[in-house]
Structure formats: structure tokens, C-alpha cells
Write a protein that binds this ligand. Sequence first.
Ligand SMILES: [Zn+2]
Length: 320
Amino acid sequence: MKVNIGVEIGAKLIQAGIVDKYGRLIARSKIQSNYERGLKEIVAEAVKLIYDLLEDRDYELRNIKSIGVACPGVPDEENSKIVKTYVLGLYNAPIKDEFKKHFPHTPIYVENDAHCAAIAESAAGAAEDLDYSLTINVGTGISGGVIIDNRLYTGMNNAGAVLGHMVIDKNGKQCSCGRIGCFETVCSARALIEETRAAAMNNPDSKILEVCENDLSKITETTAYEAMELGDEEAKAIFDRYVENMAIALANFANILMPEVIVICGGITNLGEDLLRPVRDKMEDWIYSRETTLPMLKLSEMGSASVLVGAGMLAEYKRK
Ligand SMILES: [Zn+2]
């Protein structure tokens, strides 16, 4: 049987996996990333991971249909370079060419890592069997991907579907992208944690301090919710604002794309339905037509394998 290879080049790990045509991860291996290394060395490490996996599982190179590489940043028009990323110094890095040197006869695809996570949810996760889906990853920033008719949508020059940088508050906070008030400035894990920490620092009676056991470094994206549950008014205001901003952003996406499902990933999803329910309710206020059926909101089902699996499915989702 033919299989695909997925490679994930991340800030902390380089991973490779064998992925079957249904999006199932058959085998996986990983090593630590290292900021000292250049692109050549990073790719050489990935190539070694791939060959070890193949040998382990008794596959030969002719069994490999394609290799998909996921990486932070935006690929260029030809999907051969990753431009605009600062992770591992991969600025303007010709990733595809470098892999081609090692696998001259195998199709190579390169794509943004969050886009790959969206593919994985569509292929084998929370959006399986649905043609239109949107996946939002709530991490330090916010990223995500759009699947239209079972294909990854990236727009002109692959520069679209940058979901975390939709401006929703032009009078808001400065964003990592240099602009003001992007979705990620109000709904990333970092934004929520910073706001929770500030509230705890300003009020010695805050229940937030109780939840984090007086250690501000223990505050996570679920702390405000937990303090709210203990009756803390300010924590409730923080959580309500978070929910409202999330609902505004998701309703905006829904108004434009109307996916069948919006999948949410990241630490905030530890709240489960306690997050989804209020966001769903608030979305009703911001959706264009009240007669419209809202997209389903679901939690990610792919976990830590999502980017790797999505990379392995790139050939299917980028096919014209
Ligand atoms: Zn931004």
C-alpha cells in the first residue's frame, strides 16, 4: 500500500510520520529542534527520521506517494520557500528544494503548520466527513486554516487564511504583526493569561490568587474561568469579554465562509463545553441572519499529532 510522509518542523521538535490515505498516523518519530542549525542540517535530520521510520516499518521509498512538510510561516507562490517566519531562522528558506535533493523523484509539498492542522481535522478529526470546515488554534498567538470542498484554501499567492490577524478592535492592543487589535490580541492564550495576571496583581482579594496558589506563573488560560466559578466578579468580566470576542471573530468567519463546523484547538479547550456553550450563545448576536443555522462548534480531536497528520495529507488537500 502507498503511504505518505508528514514532516513537522517546529520550534521545539522536528517530527516525521507515516500517514495512510485515511489520515491515520502509522508511525512517528521525533528529535529536538536546535536553533544553531541551518536549513540544510534541519532537513538532513528530518531525512534521517524518514529513513529510520521506513526501515522500522519495512517500507521502501517506492511505497511513498508524497512528502508533506509543515512549518510555521507563509509559503511563497510556488510552495517551495517558507517566507515570513522567524522560527529556527527559516526566513526565505527553500525547504522544498532542500528535500528534493534527498528525494528527487517524490512529490514534495510545503505548507503552514496551522493549515496542516486544519487538514488533519478535516481528514480524520472533528471535521471528518464534512466538506467545509474551519480550524482555529488558540496558542501564544492564533492561527488556523480553512477547508472548502475538501481542499485547503489559501488564496492568492498563498497569503490568505491568516485567521488570527482579523482586526476586531481598532482601538485595541498592539499585535505581534505590528497592527492594532487583531483577533489574537484579545483571544490568544497569551492575551487571556496576561489579563488574568493583571487582575490578580491589582486586587489582593482576587480569587485568581486562590486558584493559582499565589503563584502568578501558574496562571493558565483556564484560571479566569476557575476563579469565576468561585464567585470572582472581575474574573467573570474577563471570561465574558473573552467569550464575546471569540464569538465576534467566529461569527465573522461564519458570515463570510459558513463552514459546517468550526474546530477549536489549544489549552483553552480544556474547558470543553463550558467554553463552547457560551461562545455558541453569543455567536447568535453577531451572525448576519438569525434564520441561519450556525456552524457546529467542536473541540479538536487530533491532539498533538494534528500538524504531522495534516502534513502527510497535503497531497490530497492541495490537489486541484
Ligand atoms: Zn496581528
